[in-house]
Ligand binder design. Sequence first.
Ligand code: NAG
Ligand code: NAG
Ligand code: NAG
Ligand code: NAG
Length: 433
Amino acid sequence: MVSFSSLAVFGLAVVSRVSATILQNGQVRETNFPDTRIDPAAHSFRTYPADAAEISYKGRWDSNYVSWWSAPGIKFGYTGQTVAVSFGNLTDNGVLVGYRIGGLDWIFTNITAGATHLLVSPETPGSSETGPVNPWTFEMRVTNWAYGVQIEAVHVAAGEKLIKLPDFGRRIEVIGDSLASGMYTTYEGLSSWAYGLGAGLGNTEYSVTAYPGICAADQNCWGNPHGQVHQWFYTSDTSGRAAAMYGDNPEPWDFKKHPAADIVVINIGTNDQNQANNVSTDAYIDALTKIIQGVHGKWPKAQVVVMSLWLGFYQSGNTYLPNSPDGWVKEIYNMVKWFNSDAYLRNPTIYDGVTRKTSRTGKKAKPFVHYFNTSGIMQHNDIGPQWHPTDVGAIKVASHLQQFIRMTFDWDLYATGPEVFHETLYWNDQSGY
Ligand SMILES: *[C@@H]1O[C@H](CO)[C@@H](O)[C@H](O)[C@H]1NC(C)=O
Ligand SMILES: *[C@@H]1O[C@H](CO)[C@@H](O)[C@H](O)[C@H]1NC(C)=O
Ligand SMILES: *[C@@H]1O[C@H](CO)[C@@H](O)[C@H](O)[C@H]1NC(C)=O
Ligand SMILES: *[C@@H]1O[C@H](CO)[C@@H](O)[C@H](O)[C@H]1NC(C)=O
């Protein structure tokens, strides 16, 4: 019923162009994305390699500067009115990226593998503004989870420079499946509730380790060879792209080299619950428990928010009702209660991706697992025909999560203006009909 993975296997030798028509209520959505490719030889650039300290990588990137999972990105400050990026040949040809200056709206463009793209020029909206965002910032995010880019170099005009931007002081991680990765929303990762949560909190670094079709349990689900209880510990996702690049030897994610998340939001289990994947309740709860213990082991201070599952709606007589109201709701809630029990907190356990061990601290641990009740947030028309949140549904989930996080952890909402979701401005300026 849910989350068919759109796995596309790319032979590295065969250059295939990734491209799909964006639809809106079944109709082709007009795109007109600018073609930003240039011949770098015709420009006078100052060039920074992919490993330049000035370039910040958001989300998960591997040692070849190849992006993975949903909405990974780069960000940096710059001077002048020129920013170009050269993409390596491990880029999926044609992949759609969104980029923006400061807090302005996203601009989209298709990237060609091995090409250089001019993303900021004097014609780019915002490029002649001098503030208030200073230094001037450039941010780019990959829209699709299965496709990626490889950064080869970043260029500014000769005589200009990149500026390293300090990370924001707080950090959020979303662990999930297609529901978090933005499947079937307009701009996929950049329209997902996971992105909306991170961007909407403002002044927050965010990383979305979510992939369509993936289970919590470590087994093949819809063609994903592993579940999150395994894959979350790795840099790359469960795509055919990752299998083609790494086979069975993906790079472990270096938790020591990257700062810990403060809050980890987990929304996983819809694929486990699908009978096609044959995951028992015990196997699911065991995997979800291990994911939380894995987070606790890698990031001992992180607070974990576990979302209850939802499964869409159906018409029942003269109203709409939620599908399968149980949805492991009781089991997930009981698991959260168990994590908060005295017995558990006196003897907490951590998981390193392979083995579990008791982390005896000598004193009682502080509770760190929270329950986010999704019931009543989305209604029947917030779920599209493919069983995933619509753009509006995603915005609702993101907004409620933001408020929950504000109230539970006393986090201010810092984003007070910058566009969060591209092309969701539906308006009416005619009255009296
Ligand atoms: C860019 O990518 C989008 C999404 O895949 C696609 O709809 C569009 O046709 C692509 N445009 C070009 C020029 O390839
Ligand atoms: C990809 O790029 C690297 C580095 O520029 C180059 O050595 C390699 O030959 C290229 N591979 C292909 C298949 O074009
Ligand atoms: C589902 O799992 C059960 C218990 O692990 C097993 O006995 C059964 O053969 C499985 N069914 C399928 C279709 O894989
Ligand atoms: C979740 O919310 C629904 C709707 O408000 C409510 O009926 C249910 O009791 C809540 N679950 C928990 C565990 O609080």
